[in-house]
Design a protein around this ligand. Structure first.
Ligand SMILES: Nc1ncnc2c1ncn2[C@@H]1O[C@H](COP(=O)(O)OP(=O)(O)OP(=O)(O)O)[C@@H](O)[C@H]1O
Ligand SMILES: [Mg+2]
Length: 213
């Protein structure tokens, strides 16, 4: 795997992305950061993919059922990549240009992680699309053993019976780590306490925000 050649953020705002397995702690960390920053800076909280993709038939098929024979995964991957491109340039970038701090729950990296984990390591188009996407000032990757992530997901009352492809989760975990290493991401193990993890998040954010763009 080669690094993604994303565009440098040259806007006055800052972009922080949060990626990792379902249940790894993205929303927990992002919410703490939001609460911490909001007195001092204007913060814009957002997520990818958008609801347009989340509610699509192909996305729901992959998320909710084990049989995907009617679909080619790259079709969903392209749909998600297109959604991220649109969301990046028409939702995130205007906020960055206004000088806001943008926190994005999942990012373009998740598209690559899923493409790799679903067995398409040779597809090059994802790298070309990435060149049009803004590189986060810090890309956080939260890492946790698959069993722990799944336990956290299953502890949510409305997700206790959710379909989860376990083999895919193992491959995804590896993919996220590789992507983080290749792209200068910050890997944080959320096996530790929330407070310990959040301290690392805060330190990284403060380090980057000391220097205006
Ligand atoms: N160090 C930690 N960091 C973050 N969350 C933790 C940590 N330790 C325990 N947790 C718990 O793990 C759960 C993580 O859930 P959260 O909704 O933040 O995950 P998520 O990555 O956003 O999941 P999803 O992808 O399904 O949206 C929470 O219940 C949180 O309290
Ligand atoms: Mg979440």
């Amino acid at each position: 795997m080669k690094p993604l050649n994303m565009r440098k953020n040259s806007s006055p705002g800052f972009l922080f992305s949060f990626c990792g397995l379902d249940g790894c702690g993205k929303t927990t960390m992002l919410t703490r950061l939001l609460n911490d920053l909001k007195g001092d800076r204007e913060v814009f909280l957002t997520k990818q993919p958008t609801n347009a993709v989340r509610t699509s038939e192909i996305f729901r098929n992959y998320m909710d059922y084990p049989n995907h024979e009617s679909y080619d995964y790259r079709s969903l991957s392209l749909l998600a990549a297109s959604d991220r491109l649109q969301h990046g340039s028409k939702v995130i970038e205007p906020q960055l240009q206004m000088g806001k701090v943008v926190l994005c729950d999942r990012y373009f990296y998740s598209c690559l992680a899923n493409l790799l984990a679903r067995g398409f390591p040779k597809d090059r188009w994802i790298y070309e699309i990435a060149e049009s996407v803004v590189k986060p000032d810090v890309a956080f990757f939260f890492d946790v053993p698959v069993e722990m992530a799944v336990k956290r997901v299953r502890s949510r009352p409305d997700e206790k019976d959710r379909y989860i492809d376990m083999k895919l989760q193992y491959r995804l975990r590896e993919a996220y780590i590789d992507i983080a290493k290749q792209n200068g991401g910050v890997i944080i193990s959320t096996e530790r306490s929330e407070d310990e993890c959040y301290k690392i998040v805060k330190k990284e954010v403060e380090r980057v925000m000391k220097h205006e763009h």
